[in-house]
Write a protein that binds this ligand. Structure first.
Ligand code: MOS
Length: 727
C-alpha cells in the first residue's frame, strides 16, 4: 500500500483496541522467565557447545605470535577459530571494524579468537591458555587533540555544514550573546541482555538465534560477512533484553557463533561477557560542541551556530549532534557543522536517539544560559523562538508541532511558577533545591514495513513480520492494530515477530518501529479484509468488521465461517510517497526536573521529573509511558553518572563493567510523570502515530543540568554533572 496523501477516516479511528492502555502481552513471559532468549534456546537447539570470545589486549597493532597448543589440548576443547582458520571474511554494511580481527588489530577487545568447548568454563579456561604476542603501534585516543584540524564529515545523504543568512555578521552585532562549549562523554548502551547467539548449521544453511533489532539489515550483513547467499541465512530474535541501538546490526557473537558451529560441526552458542561488552561492541561517541547564540533584547534569536566534533575508527561516522539545531528554533542567520576525527577507540555507533540525545544535552543548556542573559524565563524564551516551519527550508511546514503546548502545559502541571529565576534561593535543610526545563525533539521517520496476516477457521488472526520487540511493546501494539482492523478481541490475535522468514518490517530503531510496523500490519489487514469481502461476494467499500463478524448491508458472517477450512492469508507493506518531503515530521516534548544539590558535598538528588510529549496518536498509553519513563531514567544516567573513562595512553574504556559504569535504577528516581498531548497526525501513516521511545530521552539531561544550576548556581558544561564539578 502506497501512503502518499494524508490519512482519512479508517478503521483504526474506532479506537476500540488502539489507544487503550492494555498490558504488554509478552510481559508475563518475560517476568516468569519463559520468554526464550538467544543464549537459552534449549527448546530448539539440542546439545550446543560453548564458545568463549578472546578480545585483543592492545588497541592498535598486530598479532606477532599466537600459540594455541596448550589451549587446544585443554579438557573439553573442540576447536578454536581465528581469522587465520576462518579464511577471508567480508564486512557488513553496518560494521566499521572487522568482527573477527587479526593479525591486524583495530581496537581494544576486538574479537581475535573463539574457543569452543563442551562447557562454558572449559572454553574460558582454555582461552586463558592462549599465548599472544602483539606488536603495538601508536594509536589516536584523545578526542580533543585529534579534533584539531579534523575534517568536516556527515552521515551519508546529510550535509556536514548548513549555512543560512550570515551568521558571523548577525552574531557580531547581536546585543546579547553566548559562546560556550559543552562536552558529552562516550556512553555505553549497557542493556541487560548482552549480545548472544546460538548458531546451528543444516548443510550450507545457518540459523542464528540471536538478540537483534534489525533482522533484515543483519541477515544481509551475516551473508556478506560469511560470503554466503542471503537465502542460506535465517535470523531468529523473538525476545530482546534491551538494545538501545547496540543491536541494530550484527556483532562478533553472531559471526563467531556461526564460524564456531561450522568448525565444531555442532551448534555453538556465544555470549559476550559483561566485561567484553564495553570495548568489543559499539558505544555512543563523545562530543565536543560549541554553541553560539545571538539575540535581540526582545529575546528573538538572530544568530545561532552549533558546531560539533566527535571521533570514530577509520571509515566510521560522526555523532550527528547538530541535527535538532537545524529544526528546533527560529532565527534568520544559522550555521551548523560536524567534524569527525579518527580515533582508535572501540567503534562508535548509534545509541538511543543518536544525534539529538547528546545534541540537546548541549543546546538546551545553552538556551537556559541565554534566557538568563536576557533576563527572560527559559520557557518564555523558547516560546518566543518557536517556529512552525523548518527554519532552513521555510517552505516546509511541520506536520504537527506542539512544542509550545508541551512547555506551557508542563509548566502548569509542574508548578513552574514556584521557581526562582535567581539560582540558589531555595533551601531544604542542607539541600539547595531548583527547577529546570528543556525542550525535547526527535524526528519521526517513515520506513517501508511489511507484514502477513492470516485468518484461520477458528477465527484466530495471526500476524507475522520480522519486526522486533526490544522491550518496547511491539507485540502488544501490533495485536491491538490487527484486532481493530479485523474486528476481533485481542486474545484472538497471535503475533509472531523477529524471524527473517517473515516479511521484512521497518525494524526497531530511530523510534520508527511503532508507527511503521503497525502501519505495515494495517496494510496487510486491508488486503485481508478485501480478500474476505471478495470471497463472500461483498462490495469491499461497504463492509464492516466487528465482534468477530463481517457485515455488509443486512448480511453477516462469522469470521470463522468466512475463513473456511483453508483459511485466508494476505501480505502487504506500507510504502511512503512524497509526504515526508512536503511536511517535516517530528516529535516534541517539554522536560521538567526538580533537583536538589547538597550544599556541602555537591551530591545531586533528582526529586521529580515530568515529561509532556506530543508525538502523534499514542497507540498504547501504558507501553508508551513505560518507554518515556525508561528514557527519562536513561537521561538521568546521562546527566549524572554515565561516562566511559578513556585511557588515552592505551586506548580503551577503563570502566568496563556495571560496577564502574553506573546506570540509574528505579530507586534513583523518586517520582516521574508523563503526559501525552492529544495529537493525531494524518501525514505520518494510516495509524496517525509517531515514535516516542527516543523522544523521552531527548532533552532530559539538559533539564537536569538546568535544575542543578537553578539549585546551586554552579553551571556545569561537562557531562556527567558529578559532585567534584561543584567543589
Ligand atoms: Mo536506536 S539508537 O536507532 O536503536
Amino acid at each position: 500500500m502506497k501512503f502518499d496523501t494524508p490519512a482519512g477516516q479508517n478503521p483504526i479511528d474506532q479506537l476500540k483496541h488502539v489507544g487503550k492502555p492494555i498490558d504488554r502481552i509478552d510481559g508475563k513471559f518475560k517476568t516468569t522467565g519463559t520468554a526464550p532468549y538467544a543464549y537459552e534456546r534449549h527448546d530448539v537447539v539440542a546439545n550446543p557447545a560453548y564458545g568463549y570470545v578472546v578480545g585483543a589486549a592492545v588497541a592498535k597493532g598486530r598479532i606477532s605470535r599466537i600459540d594455541m597448543a596448550a589451549a587446544k589440548a585443554a579438557p573439553g576443547v573442540l576447536t578454536i577459530v581465528t581469522a587465520e582458520s576462518a579464511g577471508p571474511l567480508g564486512k557488513g554494511n553496518f560494521n566499521t571494524a572487522k568482527l573477527l580481527g587479526g593479525p591486524e588489530i583495530d581496537h581494544y577487545h576486538q574479537a581475535i579468537a573463539l574457543v569452543v568447548a563442551e562447557t562454558f568454563e572449559q572454553a574460558r579456561a582454555a582461552a586463558a591458555l592462549i599465548v599472544i604476542d602483539y606488536a603495538r603501534t601508536a594509536g589516536r585516543f584523545d578526542l580533543a587533540k585529534e579534533l584539531k584540524g579534523a575534517p568536516l564529515h556527515s552521515e551519508k545523504g546529510k550535509p556536514p555544514v548548513t549555512k543560512i543568512g550570515d551568521f558571523d555578521a548577525a552574531f557580531g552585532t547581536a546585543p546579547v550573546k553566548l559562546d560556550a562549549t559543552y562536552t558529552t562523554p562516550d556512553h555505553s548502551h549497557a542493556m541487560m541482555e548482552p549480545h548472544a547467539t546460538t548458531a546451528k548449521w543444516d548443510g550450507d544453511k545457518v540459523t542464528l538465534y540471536t538478540s537483534n533489532q534489525m533482522i533484515a539489515w543483519s541477515k544481509g550483513d551475516v551473508a556478506k560477512t560469511l560470503g554466503i547467499p542471503k537465502d542460506n541465512v535465517r535470523l531468529v530474535s523473538p525476545y530482546v533484553g534491551g538494545g538501545f541501538g547496540g543491536k541494530l546490526f550484527i556483532r562478533a557473537d553472531v559471526i563467531l557463533a556461526a564460524l564456531g558451529a561450522k568448525a565444531a560441526g555442532r551448534p555453538v552458542k556465544v555470549t559476550l561477557t559483561r566485561p567484553m561488552m564495553f570495548n568489543n561492541t559499539t558505544h555512543r561517541p563523545a562530543t565536543i560542541q560549541r554553541i553560539r547564540i545571538g539575540a535581540g533584547r526582545d529575546g528573538k534569536i538572530t544568530a545561532i551556530a552549533h558546531e560539533s566534533g566527535s571521533g570514530d575508527l577509520p571509515g566510521g561516522g560522526p555523532e550527528t549532534a547538530v541535527s535538532q539545531t537545524r529544526l528546533l528554533y527560529a532565527g534568520a542567520n544559522r550555521l551548523t557543522s560536524m567534524r569527525l576525527a579518527v580515533v582508535d577507540l572501540p567503534e562508535g555507533n548509534a545509541m538511543r536517539a543518536p544525534g539529538e540525545a547528546p545534541g540537546l544535552m548541549a543546546l538546551e543548556i545553552a538556551m537556559d544560559e541565554m534566557a538568563e542573559k536576557l533576563g527572560m524565563d527559559p520557557i518564555a524564551f523558547r516560546v518566543a523562538n518557536d517556529t512552525q516551519v523548518d527554519p532552513e527550508k521555510p517552505e516546509r511546514r511541520f506536520s504537527q508541532r506542539q512544542l509550545v503546548q508541551c512547555l506551557e502545559q508542563g509548566a502548569d502541571r509542574f508548578g513552574w511558577k514556584q521557581r526562582s529565576a535567581k539560582p540558589a534561593q531555595r533551601r531544604d535543610g542542607q539541600w539547595l533545591v531548583g527547577m529546570g526545563v528543556a525542550a525535547g525533539f526527535r524526528n519521526s521517520m517513515a520506513m517501508k514495513s511489511a507484514a502477513r496476516v492470516a485468518l484461520d477457521k477458528k477465527g484466530i488472526v495471526t500476524v507475522s513480520t520480522d519486526m522486533t520487540d526490544i522491550g518496547t511493546g511491539t507485540y502488544t501494539i501490533i495485536a491491538q492494530t490487527a484486532a481493530e482492523m479485523m474486528g476481533v478481541d485481542i486474545d484472538k490475535v497471535v503475533v509472531q515477530l523477529g524471524d527473517s522468514d517473515h516479511p521484512v518490517s521497518a525494524g526497531s530503531g530511530g523510534q520508527w518501529g511503532a508507527n511503521n510496523s503497525t502501519a505495515g500490519v494495517y496494510a496487510a489487514c486491508v488486503k485481508l479484509r478485501e480478500a474476505i469481502a471478495q470471497k463472500l461476494g461483498f462490495n469491499s467499500a461497504d463492509v464492516t468488521f466487528a465482534d468477530g463478524k463481517v457485515r455488509s448491508g443486512n448480511r453477516s458472517f462469522a469470521l470463522t465461517e468466512a475463513a473456511g477450512d483453508a483459511g485466508l492469508v494476505a501480505e502487504d507493506a506500507i510504502e511512503y510517497g512524497d509526504l515526508g518531503k512536503t511536511y517535516q515530521q517530528s516529535t516534541f516534548a517539554g522536560h521538567f526536573v526538580e533537583a536538589a544539590v547538597h550544599s556541602l558535598t555537591g551530591e545531586v538528588r533528582i526529586r521529580r521529573m515530568l515529561a509532556v510529549c506530543a508525538a502523534g496518536r499514542i497507540l498504547n498509553p501504558k507501553s508508551a509511558r513505560s518507554q518515556v519513563i525508561g528514557a527519562m531514567t536513561m537521561g538521568a544516567g546521562a546527566a549524572l553518572m554515565e561516562d566511559l573513562a578513556v585511557d588515552t595512553r592505551f586506548g580503551f574504556f577503563v570502566n568496563h563493567d556495571l560496577a564502574g559504569y553506573e546506570v540509574p535504577v528505579h530507586a534513583d528516581i523518586p517520582h516521574q510523570e508523563v503526559m501525552f498531548l492529544d495529537e493525531v497526525d494524518p501525514t505520518s501513516s494510516p495509524m496517525k502515530a509517531k515514535g516516542v521511545g527516543e523522544l523521552g530521552l531527548c532533552g532530559v539531561g539538559a533539564a537536569i543540568a538546568n535544575a542543578i544550576y537553578n539549585a546551586s548556581g554552579v553551571r556545569v558544561r561537562e557531562y556527567p554533572v558529578t559532585l567534584d564539578k561543584h567543589l
